[in-house]
Design a protein around this ligand. Structure first.
Ligand code: F58
Length: 799
């Protein structure tokens, strides 16, 4: 493949697919034409992979997830196909800047945060490893809302990624299933028969997912909802034009929007319908494929591994039993065992409010037959394993966590600490009954997107130093370790970081109108806004630092830019107050001439995958400061570490394993451990005590309360302040001084540039274990029992 080939294919698509002549082409046209030309190059490996999977007659993996936070796809495909130089040359020869062409693609935000992004990294790794499989999800018309700030307040606007044609998907009108809802269950010849009263069509849309070097490609199949009878002609002829389109509009609501969270009651039923809609369509598709190749449904677990990404697709258990038992006539117990043999369940949270529970009356209304089946599973389980407290049905609710656990042959947590806590807390009783079921699979991230694409400066340095094989064998990053004593390498490492920081500074100037000093420490906290993630602790520390600098303007300070990014669920009032506070504090501090050279706060709106790709390579310090025991794993923490940003953090989630691997001396630890947090909460008045003991914290809180950052408005932050003073479930106050001290250790370390860079480089060299390739290998061996269909990349000759 030469540049000339890619160019002529791009021009051909420009002309014949886009109907444009180069002199009249907009950046959109060139981006689409290039995407189509690149997509053409995925087709052959995609077909070859599909054929190989059929020929093997083996097992396939089906990853069921409500969310796939895939971001932009063009650069990813170009990177994986090794077409970077060619694609750049094509754009330039057409008179377009490559980065501008890449930036024209909408960021596909079909997810909220970590869970959705993990699913996207897993797709990349499954294709890279040649693990045959499909991702199954929903083709939301509107992805995660767009965030903007109005006077510092988060405003949500609808996201419109499908306004333009989606370059990567293939619509499959021939793959369409009717998905039923509601109605009744009747006895018919001794059998229970579901007579639903509604139906919606699920239509498939396929996006190929190409792995590293184009050696394998899997499919992401997303379902869109359509009405069975789209248009009511009789209503139209009566002049009822709105009524005529109502059936279509109603059906389409199912795949209309991604839920930003389920904090509000409104729309809960729609969420349940979404979950059933995509799960049922996926299972029908899986069985269709299976029945095309095999006869005996009892063999299903030998050929089908279905992974439930959290409880959102948990209805897969009862639905699979319904299909096998009600529709294919398998006896109930065999159907249940068969379904269990296929299913694995990943837990991503211990937060009680995030564990899904559906009122029985709602389940009965939407999925009456499933409620019966769930009842039977629950009874059977209680009979076989007498217990006190592990029911699926309790207090009028269907507990989706218990259902997932009981219906899965393996249940996994997403970091070592989280898995231990899953065993000890949420599923303690079920773990006692099924001691071999829970396994750990610590999360990982794909180095193709998070180093090769996002950090070209580091990619080049690593490649020049240890050759190309690290990209598919990330533990080879350890070969960098001896080079941290080599001044030439360390100068180049520092230069790469500096290049990224300058690029970020440029972007901040151009898009936010903020000028930052690239020599300052870039201290970054990017993630969803949540009390347990403690962005408010970070901003309180910022206020305390501001006070300290003002008291001693000639002291020995370390220049810092505190960068925040993240969205709050629209219904989460306190999280939105925290956003407002960060913006208000930024406004006041950034205007202070005394501290301006030392401290700045920047909060670019609408944090998404694309922004993460820009921020992470430019980071000096990674903020991972959640209350211990609350962050299941974190994956941003891994991206920062591999891009050479040491962590300031608690012993929470995968931070624990990051610290073990990069070395305690290259990690700024503070805060209580998970058991200490639990103990601390039992101390009456723990927050007030901590505030009394910390004049810095007391002052910062008082400034917030008295309106220093809100033009004298003493009401604006009452929610945050009262919560911290009187309740403080997430022990911000008790951890504050430890955090402050750790930040001062960070300051001191940063004042020694060579020492700091060494620490950063060791973070890169020692974070190879956090590749999602390692995670997927773990799932393949311990959960899915499946072998790859291509040779390991480590067996290939290096180029
Ligand atoms: C995240 N969960 C965990 N949930 O918080 C994080 O620690 C972990 O690294 C990540 O999963 C991957 O394992 C998460 O992102 C959600 O976004 C939910 C989606 C559905 C609504 C409620 C939030």
């Amino acid at each position: 493949m030469t540049h000339a080939d890619l160019r002529s294919d791009t021009l051909r698509h420009l002309e014949f697919s886009l109907g444009k002549d180069l002199p009249h082409a907009h950046v959109y046209d060139v981006r689409m034409a290039l995407s189509l030309a690149v997509r053409d190059r995925i087709i052959t490996p995609w077909f070859a992979s599909t054929r190989a999977a059929y020929a093997a007659r083996g097992k396939r993996v089906y990853y069921l997830s409500m969310e796939f936070l895939i971001g932009r796809l063009l650069e990813d495909a170009i990177v994986n196909l090794g077409l970077m130089d060619e694609a750049r040359a094509v754009c330039e020869s057409c008179g377009f800047d490559f980065a501008t062409v890449l930036a024209n693609e909408p960021d596909a935000a079909l997810g909220n945060g970590g869970l959705g992004r993990l699913a996207a990294c897993f797709l990349d790794s499954m294709s890279t490893l040649g693990c045959p499989g499909h991702g199954y999800g929903i083709r939301y018309e509107h992805g995660l809302f767009q965030q903007r700030f109005e006077d510092g307040v988060q405003i949500e606007e609808p996201e419109e990624w499908l306004r333009q044609k989606h370059a990567w998907e293939f619509e499959r009108p021939e793959v369409m299933y009717g998905i039923a809802f509601g109605g009744h269950v009747r006895d018919h010849d001794g059998r229970r028969v579901w007579e639903p009263d509604e139906q919606v069509l699920a239509k498939a849309h396929d996006t190929p997912v190409i792995g590293w070097r184009g050696r394998w490609a899997n499919t992401l199949r997303l379902w869109g909802a359509e009405a069975v009878h789209g248009f009511d002609l009789a209503a139209f002829n009566r002049g009822d034009y709105m009524g005529a389109t109502a059936p279509e509009a109603l059906a389409r609501t199912i795949s209309r929007v991604l839920y930003p969270d389920d904090t509000s009651d409104a729309g809960k039923e729609l969420r349940l319908r979404q979950e059933y809609f995509f799960t049922a369509a996926s299972l029908r598709d899986i069985l269709r494929r299976f029945c095309g190749e095999h006869e005996d449904l009892a063999a299903l677990p030998r050929h089908v591994a279905i992974q439930l990404n959290d409880t959102h697709p948990a209805i897969a258990g009862p639905e699979l039993i319904r299909l096998l038992h009600d529709e294919h006539g398998m006896d109930f117990d065999t159907a249940e065992d068969t379904a269990r043999g296929c299913l694995g369940y990943t837990n991503h949270t211990l937060m009680p409010e995030a564990l899904e529970r559906w009122p029985e009356w709602l389940m009965d209304r939407v999925l009456p037959r499933h409620l019966e089946i769930i009842g039977r599973i629950d009874e059977g389980h209680a009979r076989a394993h007498p217990h006190r407290n592990a029911h699926i049905l309790s207090d009028g609710n269907v507990n989706m966590g218990e259902l997932s656990f009981i219906m899965a042959h393996k249940v996994n947590g997403v970091s070592a600490l989280h898995t231990d806590l899953v065993k000890d807390t949420v599923f303690a009783e079920l773990h006692r009954l099924h001691p071999d079921r829970i396994v750990n699979q610590t999360n990982g991230v794909t180095p193709r997107r998070w180093i090769v694409a996002a950090n070209p400066a580091l990619r080049k340095l690593v490649g020049d130093t240890i050759g190309p094989r690290w990209v598919s064998d990330l533990e080879r990053l350890s070969e960098l370790e001896p080079h941290v004593d080599d001044a030439g390498f360390m100068d180049a490492y520092a230069a790469a970081k500096r290049t990224n920081k300058e690029a970020l500074a440029r972007w901040l100037r151009e898009t936010q109108g903020v000028t930052v000093n690239p020599a300052a420490m870039f201290d970054i906290q990017i993630k969803r806004i949540h009390e347990y993630k403690r962005q408010h602790m970070n901003i309180l520390e910022t206020i305390a630092l501001w006070n300290a600098i003002r008291e001693d303007p000639n002291g020995e300070w370390t220049p810092r830019v505190k960068i925040f990014g993240g969205k709050a669920a629209p219904g989460y009032v306190l999280a939105k107050e925290i956003i407002h506070l960060i913006n208000d504090v930024g406004r006041v501090i950034n205007a202070d001439p005394v501290t301006r050279d030392w401290l700045q706060v920047v909060y670019p709106p609408n944090y998404n995958v694309t922004m993460a790709e820009r921020l992470i390579p430019a980071a000096d310090l990674s903020e991972q400061i959640s209350t211990a025991g609350k962050e299941a794993s974190g994956t941003g923490n891994m991206k920062f570490a591999m891009n050479g940003a040491p962590t300031i953090g608690t012993l929470d989630g995968a931070n624990v394993e990051i610290r073990e691997r990069v070395g305690a001396e290259n990690f700024f630890l503070f805060g209580m451990t998970a058991p200490e947090v639990v103990a601390r909460r039992t101390v009456e008045g723990h927050a007030a005590q901590a505030i009394d003991a910390s004049p810095r914290l007391a002052q910062a809180l008082e400034q917030v309360a008295s309106g220093v950052f809100s033009d004298g408005d003493t009401d604006r932050y009452r929610g945050v302040v009262d919560n911290l003073r009187h309740h403080d479930f997430f022990v911000v106050c008790s951890d504050f001084d430890g955090y402050w001290d750790a930040q001062r250790r960070v300051d001191a370390a940063f004042r020694d540039p060579a020492g700091w860079m060494r620490m950063a480089a060791l973070n890169t060299a020692r974070s190879g274990w956090f590749s999602s390739d390692r995670t997927i290998r773990g799932y393949m061996a311990e959960v899915w029992d499946i072998a790859p269909l291509i040779a390991p990349a480590s067996d290939l000759a290096a180029e």
